[in-house]
Design a protein around this ligand. Structure first.
Ligand SMILES: *Cc1c(COP(=O)(O)O)cnc(C)c1O
Length: 414
């Protein structure tokens, strides 16, 4: 993938892509990192989650879970899968892997599935509708369920942005035939995704261990992720000697491995979008599965909402900026704070160059997906910048990020 896609932030984007600039490292963690506070129980109420589904399988990424869902749903080569035009490549790669054709459907300006457009695209080849609960804000899932039932489609709920929450009194993930999540987007994990179902058994999904090297790497990288941002200094000091040992062992291990040996850990953990079928039947590490149990979901839900609200209060009224969603409804637990910006180009670059961990979902749309396919998706992928609101942000980090965005917006308005 990578090389063939072009960031649509450039107006003159062409196949001859300019090299992606190397930004300085982020000054605060883009996604949750481990700290001792991660385990604390906030005095917040329990939160529904995708893990409430009776059938669950823990794999190494959300994209692997998508591939398994397609397999369970019986998607065959020659079938078509309805995929939103607003997407990342890791949602499309498993469809291609399954031998199916992605049919890109429109979404509305507020990210809702455009069911009229979907209806117009249906033909005998369409087996499954993939619907994303963008940024943690659920789709109208009862309507999607009814539509799929009426048209003989299976529904795959993409909860990569929506680990927590419910619609109509039922947890996210229970409306689809299958649902997937990217656990590493919500929890302090090096790797992790899950496939769940409230409607079909998953007994035929048999997973194997990915080996001792993978288990060790996942554990150490989870611990080290926190140390990199100054969490857990005591543990870091205590671990100095073991880490020296690790460095030595690692070099030995690498020297012994054949050049063509399978990688120790999946590329999905390093920020890429590609899909590697070698990880299809691999179980998530013990460390990740342990963290999924131990990390407090109440605290996660409460702090994500609080941080989101702080970002909205501080940034929602800036000139040329508007929160993508006017309100944060009860029961929504956001992944990030999406801010719609009239002139995103300069702001994105300024923030990146200052080490603000701003991201743009959909930055690289699948080749051929342009304004003629879905103008809203192109606009969203260009204009919506996302700032982290995860539970591990410190008050000082949030304040710094807010100050950076304010000053960058004011500079560009001046
Ligand atoms: C990240 C993401 C995925 C894939 O999850 P990974 O864990 O990165 O494989 C799927 N769908 C959406 C909407 C995502 O943002």
């Amino acid at each position: 993938m990578g090389n063939s896609t072009v960031s649509n932030l450039d107006d003159n984007a062409s196949a001859a892509a300019a090299p992606v600039p190397a930004w300085p490292p982020a000054q605060l963690p883009t996604s949750p990192v481990l700290s001792l506070a991660s385990f604390g129980h906030a005095s917040a109420p329990a939160v529904p989650s995708i893990l409430d589904a009776p059938e669950r399988r823990y794999v190494t990424s959300g994209r692997v879970a998508i591939a398994l869902a397609l397999r369970q749903a019986g998607v065959q080569p020659g079938d078509a899968v309805l995929v939103p035009a607003y997407h990342c490549a890791s949602m499309v790669e498993p469809v291609i892997w399954a031998g199916a054709t992605p049919v890109f459907y429109r979404i509305k300006a507020d990210t809702a599935v455009d069911l009229d457009d979907v209806a117009g695209k249906l033909d005998g080849r369409c087996k499954l509708l993939m619907a994303t609960n963008y940024f943690g804000f659920p789709q109208d899932l009862p309507a999607l369920r009814a539509f799929c039932d009426a048209h003989g489609l299976q529904l795959l709920e993409d909860c990569a942005h929506a680990f927590l929450g419910s619609v109509g009194g039922r947890p996210l993930g229970s409306w689809g035939d299958y649902a997937i999540a990217s656990s590493m987007k919500f929890f302090p994990l090096y790797e992790g995704g899950c496939l769940v179902s409230a409607r079909h058994p998953l007994a035929t999904v048999q997973l194997q261990s990915a080996g001792a090297g993978f288990e060790i790497k996942s554990m150490l990288n989870t611990l080290e992720s926190g140390w990199g941002y100054g969490r857990m200094p005591v543990l870091r000091a205590l671990s100095w000697a073991p880490l020296q040992l690790k460095a030595v062992l690692w070099r030995l291990l690498k020297a012994r491995r054949r050049a063509d040996a399978a990688p120790l850990a999946p590329g999905s953990s390093d920020g890429g979008f590609s899909f590697d079928p070698r990880w299809l039947d691999k179980r998530s590490s013990l460390m990740s599965r342990l963290m999924l149990r131990l990390v407090s979901r109440r605290r996660m839900g409460a702090l994500r909402r609080r941080h989101y609200q702080q970002l909205q209060n501080a940034l929602g009224q800036l000139p040329g900026c508007q929160p993508l969603f006017a309100q944060l409804p009860d029961g929504v637990y956001p992944w990030v704070f999406p801010l719609k910006v009239e002139q995103p180009q300069a702001l994105f670059r300024t923030l990146k160059s200052r080490g603000v961990p701003v991201v743009r979902f959909g930055e690289f749309l699948w080749p051929g997906v342009d304004a003629s396919v879905c103008a809203n998706s192109v606009t969203l992928s260009r204009q919506v910048l996302q700032l982290p609101c995860h539970q591990e942000l410190r008050a000082s980090e949030l304040a710094w990020m807010i100050a950076q965005v304010r000053s960058a917006v004011e500079a560009s308005a001046a």
